[in-house]
Structures are given as structure tokens and as C-alpha cells.
Design a protein around this ligand. Sequence first.
Ligand code: SAM
Ligand code: SF4
Length: 418
Amino acid sequence: MASIPPVVAAAAATAPETVAERLARLTRPGTLTLAALPPLSLYVHLPWCIRKCPYCDFNSHALRGDLETLPQRRYVDALIVDLEAALPLVWGRRVHTIFLGGGTPSLFDPAEIGRLLAAVRARLPLEPGCEVTLEANPGTFERERFHGYADAGVTRLSIGVQSFDDARLRALGRVHDAAQARAAIEEAKAAFATFNVDLMYALPGQTPVECAADVEAALAFAPPHLSIYQLTIEPNTLFAHARPTLPDDDTAAAMLDRIVAATAAAGLDRYEVSAFARAGHRSRHNVNYWEFGDYLGIGAGAHGKISFAHRIVRQVRLRDPAAYLAGAERGAAVASEVEVARADLAFEFMLNALRLKDGFALARFAQRTGLPLSAIERPLAEAERRGLVERDLQSVRPTPLGFDFLSDLQQLFLPSDN
Ligand SMILES: C[S@@+](CC[C@H](N)C(=O)[O-])C[C@H]1O[C@@H](n2cnc3c(N)ncnc32)[C@H](O)[C@@H]1O
Ligand code: SF4
């Protein structure tokens, strides 16, 4: 996603804006006109983990003590206040999907997750059959816990397995071993009609044969959905300071080729660059992001994107859990709120839409950005000339070459290239 300009509106102003002033500011005429608002999702960030993994740059924080120190009750209360303060921004809209991400949401008791979901349901209308995903770490797994989440209203579990090889899991600093990962998948299968397994590849010291074995081990569970990411070394992580030796680019590319072949042979469709699903089991929440839908983000450091008739706004919540708790409790959880510049909209849309195998309908581009198609005609023609996309009168999709060189393709749509 494009970086968020360091502009702080509303937050920390001297005299706090009233709800009426805020709504007037967000709904006044602007440089855009959106004929209809997109589907709305809800993202909830739960920022604690048992231990910080050395490769992870998510807003996740190791618990200072044992599980008893997790302020789960206070945090759920703060989330509810945060949600209430945000309601005027989404009045009258239905929620299509909910995603409880982290961090490690499975540190929270099913009863607290149930209390949170009940509070959401009491305040926002949910679409019938609303997908509710919870991210789980096999290291927090105990028998019956997943059934507890299902009873609380979670419909889909996303399990962070990463690898089935104990040596690789240790090198990644994971808190679980392969046996715990297998047990967690078995339990998820029993408790949920649909679930996801997260894997990573091109791990320190990993060979293509080991990578293939990991994918086969995951496929043996017949998962309805697999997400497979290449390990990246992110700045400000332990791995960035003590860089492990990773497979070279050619080896990583060969691993990806085998992943694509093995998942296809197992009947999984690579519907997004890193996501593979059986028919009917795509992540509706993530698809909404990739289709440039809206999402309200609550919780420490959560990002949100909300459309209004004449503007699209991005919000970020206070990142530090203690600061978030204090801020949310007084109805001031938002650290920044900025309007997406008209000049950045095409790039932001394409950054997401080109991740999907099926690309996007031309009509959707105009609907979601309020821009005419002429705004992307030049870079689109260039992408087509280079064999990175194909298009017809209705839609545009990345070619296999475009998928392989996705960031080159996306960069064609940067504002300066238009
Ligand atoms: C927030 S984590 C998932 C839930 C849980 N915290 C866990 O790790 O089990 C989301 C996923 O992002 C992926 N991920 C995180 N850091 C990554 C990195 N540096 N490179 C590639 N994938 C990464 C992992 O597959 C991880 O499961
Ligand atoms: S468990 Fe997940 S969120 Fe937590 S530190 Fe590890 S990768 Fe990051």
C-alpha cells in the first residue's frame, strides 16, 4: 500500500471536533464524486504475541509476563469505545466481513472474542453470512479452544503454520513445533467449515526439496485456502540486524514454480499472487481489500479506508498498545486521518487490483475511484505492450508474466508515470 502522508487532521486539535463538525468536513463537496459506496469490512487488530518473531514487522508486541498479563478485558472494552466513536463515519452501511488479526488474536479467550463480536453485532448491521476470520497461532492452541471461537461467531480460522519442519520453525523463532501445527489444523478442520493455512518459503537454509515437502504437508490436510508468502527481510526486525542466509532469487523463483504446480494439482486456484483457494473458499475479507473496498480498522495501529460521496479517507489508530488503550478509552484512538489525493487514487487502486488473477472490471475502477478510465489509459496501454496485462472491453487482468513481475507492473501506475 502507498505510504500515508504525515498529515494529522482532527486528532490532537486544540478544541476537539464535534461529531457534526466532523461529518460536515467529511461529506462536503470535494474533487471526487462516487456514485455508490463500496462494500464495508471491519478489521480489528489484537497486538500481542507470546514472543516477537525475528522477521515480523507487524504491530505486534511480546507479552511482558505470562498470559495473565494480557489485558484482554480492558482491550475489548477499548475496542468497543473505539468502534462507537467511529460509527458516524459508516452510518447505515452493512458489514460484509470481519477480520480479527494480529499479533496473535488466539491469545484472547473465546469468551472475550464472543463479547467483542456481540458488541459489533449490536452496533453495526452484518450482511447475512458475514465472514468472520480469526488469526490463530498453533503455539496458543489447546483442545476445544477453536470450537469456543466458532461458538463465539468466528466462521473462519487462519492458522500461522509457516513450516512443518522443526529446524526451520526454530530458525524463525516460532513458539510452536510441527506437531502443534498439525494438531491445530486438525482441530480447525473439525471446528470450521473453512480455514486458511499460512506458510512462508525461501526460509533460512531451506532447499527446494524441503520447500516442496512443506507444501505437500499442508496439502495433505486438504485445506480450503492456503496463503504462501516469500520470507522478506523487513527493516527494524531482528533479521534485518542479523541477516540470515536466504535462498538466492533463482532458487526462490524455482520454489514458487513448484508451489504453483503443486497447489494447482491439488485443485487450488491461485486467485491472488500469494493466495490459493478451492472454489467457494476465497478470503472474502482480503478480496474486498484487493477490490479497493472500504474497511474500518479498530485496535492498536489499525489502518482503515472509508469512502464518502466526495472523498476517500485513510485512518491509522495509535500504534502503541498502551497509548491506544488510553486514547481509545477517551474516544480518541485515531492518530491520523488523511484524504487520499486524487493524483494517488489510480495507483492505489491498481496496486491492489493487479494482485488478483481476474484483475478488475473497468466499470469498477470508475465506481471505486471516481476517476475516468482515461486516468489509466496510458500506463495500461504500456503494460499491454509489454505483455504484463491483457484486456477486453469489460476488464483488465495481469498475464502470467505480469504476475511474475508484479511490482514492475504496479509501478507503471505511479502518479509521475501518468
Ligand atoms: C500476522 S501474521 C499471522 C498470525 C500469527 N501472528 C502468526 O504469525 O501465526 C500474518 C502472516 O504474515 C506472514 N508474514 C509475516 N511476516 C512476514 C515476512 N517478513 N515475510 C513474509 N511473510 C511474513 C506470515 O505467514 C504470517 O502468518
Ligand atoms: S506470531 Fe505472528 S504477529 Fe506475532 S510476532 Fe510472530 S509473525 Fe508477528
